[in-house]
Design a protein around this ligand. Structure first.
Ligand code: SF4
Length: 397
């Protein structure tokens, strides 16, 4: 089959008709689990998801493809860089899928002269997993991802909407999660609130789509994930024998010489250059460095303190400075004994005090004060009583 020659790992054809996945989607929106992604709840978006014939008139079949994306793993790389969701380790999959789907689109148009075919891959209002499930590519697991008995779940999905009848493939007779519930138990942020129920607000969204601060109660749970999260898939037994990506563009970038601490020195231009054609650009520089601060805070290694102090002093983004303050507080909290309470002699505390007193952004001052008060409740009293300079004389930035 042409789709397999193009490098796709699997292909199936879905018949057209209402999907059960649509009901799940509406319930998910009604529960507000889409977070700040308001576009997902717009009337137009929902209508197109429910009625794909609004996208392609006379829609008669949905060709669904899967492309395995699991890169070669390098634990040393994760130690240096923190953890990045596997789909984001290499080139942006949108470009990879686009090239392959365009080739498949050309093939279908040649095979069926006069036909229309539109491709999608996380590029529009399509119930991708619902169509793939109907096309027999797998079943929707309790973590809400699609799982194949043959490939596990480390794969990307794409679709070709076609206005000609094509012989559909049968869906699987049943799902194969059975009594397993490993993904629910393993999710570090409790985002899988029940079987097939994922709350995006506590999910990969935190490190990718969220533009503001990561809620303080969730930061310790994020661990050292700096872009996305794969825990539910890592524990899934169906991934034990999942094949690696054959597509070289999806293999992990080396990022030789880079470390979490070094990421904190990236300016806008350097960030754009380093992550050119990488999914990581979606987090934007401020969101990515926010994530790096949280990872360093959770690791709690004193060796990261000077890079965080520099970020707290100099980063132009309050979002980064406020998370650097939180991370310094976490590290200082773990430094035992006299060093932790050595006052002015401790550069971490000195940096936090300067930020608490003089940072131009109120949210940074608040984060620094909160970090100091965690270390020493008397500090909070002194800020409240005004014995320190509670408001800055002049903005530093
Ligand atoms: S971990 Fe278990 S319950 Fe979760 S998706 Fe995999 S098989 Fe299903």
């Amino acid at each position: 089959m042409r789709a397999l020659e193009l490098g796709f790992s699997a292909v199936g054809i879905a018949s057209v008709g209402p999907l059960e996945a649509r009901l799940h989607y509406e319930a998910w929106l009604a529960a507000g689990r889409h977070g700040e992604m308001a576009y997902l709840a717009s009337e137009k978006h929902r209508r197109r998801r429910a009625h794909p014939e609004a996208i392609l008139r006379d829609l008669q079949a949905v060709v669904c493809v899967a492309l395995c994306h699991d890169p070669d793993r390098d634990p040393g790389r994760e130690g240096r860089l923190g953890r990045i969701a596997r789909y984001a380790a290499g080139e942006d999959y949108h470009g990879v899928m686009r090239d392959k789907l365009r080739a498949l689109q050309r093939f279908v148009r040649e095979l069926l002269p006069g036909s229309r075919a539109l491709w999608y891959s996380d590029t529009g209002a399509i119930l991708e997993r619902g169509w793939a499930e109907r096309a027999g590519l797998g079943w929707i697991g309790k973590h809400s991802g699609l799982i194949s008995q043959q490939f596990g779940s480390w794969f990307l999905l794409g679709e070709l909407l076609v206005d000609r009848p094509l012989e559909p493939d049968p869906p699987l007779a049943r799902e194969h999660c059975g009594t397993c519930a490993r993904c629910l138990a393993a999710c570090p942020t409790g985002a899988i609130v029940g079987p097939y129920q994922v709350d995006a607000r506590r999910f990969s969204y935190l490190t990718i789509e969220l533009r503001g601060p990561i809620p303080i109660e969730l930061r310790p749970l994020v661990g050292d994930w700096i872009f996305g999260c794969d825990v539910c898939q890592e524990v899934c037994p169906w991934n034990r024998f999942a094949p690696p990506a054959r597509e070289a563009r999806l293999h992990a970038r080396a990022l030789e010489g880079w470390t979490l601490e070094r990421f904190l020195g990236l300016d806008e231009a350097e960030f754009a250059q380093l992550f050119h054609q990488s999914p990581i650009r979606r987090a934007q520089r401020s969101g990515f460095l926010r994530n790096v601060c949280v990872a360093l805070g959770n690791r709690g290694e004193p060796a990261a303190a000077s890079a965080l102090e520099r970020a707290l002093e100099r980063d132009p983004e309050p979002l980064v400075r406020s998370h650097a303050a939180w991370a310094l507080g976490e590290i200082a909290r773990r430094v035992k004994g006299e060093e932790a309470t050595a006052g002015a002699r401790n550069p971490m505390l000195a940096a936090l005090r300067r930020a608490a007193e003089t940072d131009a952004a109120p949210e940074v001052r608040e984060e620094a004060r909160a970090a100091l008060s965690m270390l020493n409740p008397d500090e909070a009293t002194s800020f409240r009583s005004g014995s320190r300079q509670g408001t800055p004389a002049a903005p530093r930035r």
